[in-house]
Design a protein around this ligand. Sequence first.
Ligand code: F6P
Length: 592
Amino acid sequence: MQHWQHSSYEPYLPVTEKSNPITRDIDKASPKEIVEMLQKCDAEIFERTSHGNPMYQTLNSSSVVQTIVDVSKRVEVILKDPEDSLIVLSGCGTSGRVAFLLATSLNRWLASHHQKQIYSYIIAGGDKALLTSQETPEDDPLLGALTLGKACVGKKHVLFIGISCGLSAPFVAGQLDFCLRNLEIFTPVLIGFNPVDMARTEPIQNCSFHFKEVAERMNEMQKQQKAYVLNPAVGPEAISGSSRMKGGSATKIILETILLAGHEAAYSKKAVTFNGILHSLNMFEKVHQITYSQTKELAALVQKAAISLRKKGHVYYLGWQTLGIIGIIDASECIPTFGAGFEDIRGFVSNGFSEMNNKEGDLSSLGPHFIIDHKDFVDTILPNLSDNDTVIFLYSENDDLNEVSVLAKNVRQRTSNLHAIAHELKGLSDPERMRSQFMTVLTIKWPSSLYKHSPVLMKQYWELSTKWCLNAISTGAHVLIGKVYMNYMIDLRVTNSKLYRRAIHILQRFTGSTQAQCETALLRAIYDVEELSDEMSSTDVTQHTLVANKRGRVVPIALVMLQSRRTIAEAKSYLDAYSVIRDAVAACQRLL
Ligand code: F6P
């Protein structure tokens, strides 16, 4: 049994919020050890058995595979009769970004095959949230329901897939509740990675239900095949709570398995079967093995990125087609996850917003966070590029390699610190000439057996593989520059109720103080006062998070205050002496 599966291991936390024993010492690890830890953590997605623990189902459990079969058949029905029908994928943060990527990719595929485009995506906070973190709307169930209602006007059959890795987002709970009250139109599906018993029970403001109550209603309805819950446990995240990592990858794997099985059934007359689904899941496990077979090369990129960040340089991902979008997503997540500056790690995609094909169109007028085209990179970044910056190209042999070469030549004139992650199909064309253009190329060779199995899936495999590489690079680099303590991101932004609760838990974990003491210290740091007024103490969590959004370092400040009984001003000047959170926290631990 995995250590985290024991009932005594962090018993008050759901799986998705527990700390992973594998990465306990990630903050002291070498780049190679970091990659190896991430490899093991990601391998937990494919655990075959829950080791007799009835509490958990795994991705390969027969009940999970059977639910995937059932939902895939629903997809097939909609694809065969697309009039007045819709498949909506929805989530917050990374979950919404994965929804976007799949919905737009599959609509494109449908259009190219002269079929009706029946996919739609919803991300809390709208398209802005594809590129920047918008965490406040995640707390709003009514907004979730209203957005869903609007997207489905006039539709008679809607398959709604709501993703909340932690079974926690009120935005998604509101949507599922809306579906459950309109089952004549909606078939709701919930994807997440906790047992229903561990779903969030915190009351939602102005709302009569919490997440767990909705998840239980979904479970009830599943008995009549009117709703479905897909919630295998895939183990805790490598960085505690960071569901952009395993949560995002597992969501992508499940959704792709469901939707492509539905497509094959509708258009290739290949019936959805239990074994067929198991086989698809096994293929994703192969993707994991192939990607992580390059530990040394990946570790070298982690190291390069860390050196750049340490020297106050930057990391730039320049990707083609959806690999560019994977790069943009990974980069945008570093800001809320690691408190990174927006310039630290940035992503660009060939053809910018026309490649994104997002609902709200070109967002570049919204400001620098929304500048994503290679052309923008050439105009605004290239002139100031230096050897302190690490540039990583992301392409496959299906891309226009001449275009890749031209851009590589331009970049090389400014820096030799140019690398590539390239996907190659064994036995097809030989992109050897490309290698000479980069300092290093992490070539991921894909066996033609995978390609033969499903050419459509190849693109999805490359995306997932690139996601794993970039998650390792951006996480590893931030770990190496000291942003993480043990496997906790302590300096988290407290911008919604989930993150507020996580912050309190982290304070309890490291100080041993009571929940009430930790909450008080956190609020003092948020409101920047020594003494909380009655109004501050009695106002709701939403208000606290709105104020916290404007403040930096609230959790480290509260931690120092709790640990050393210092005033706010003293805690701040104490922290000013440390640029590295890990050092600050370690020193603070010694204060007692
Ligand atoms: O609150 C922010 C966040 O944690 C993101 O990092 C994450 O992608 C998003 O919430 C969604 O979380 P979940 O899928 O568990 O609802």
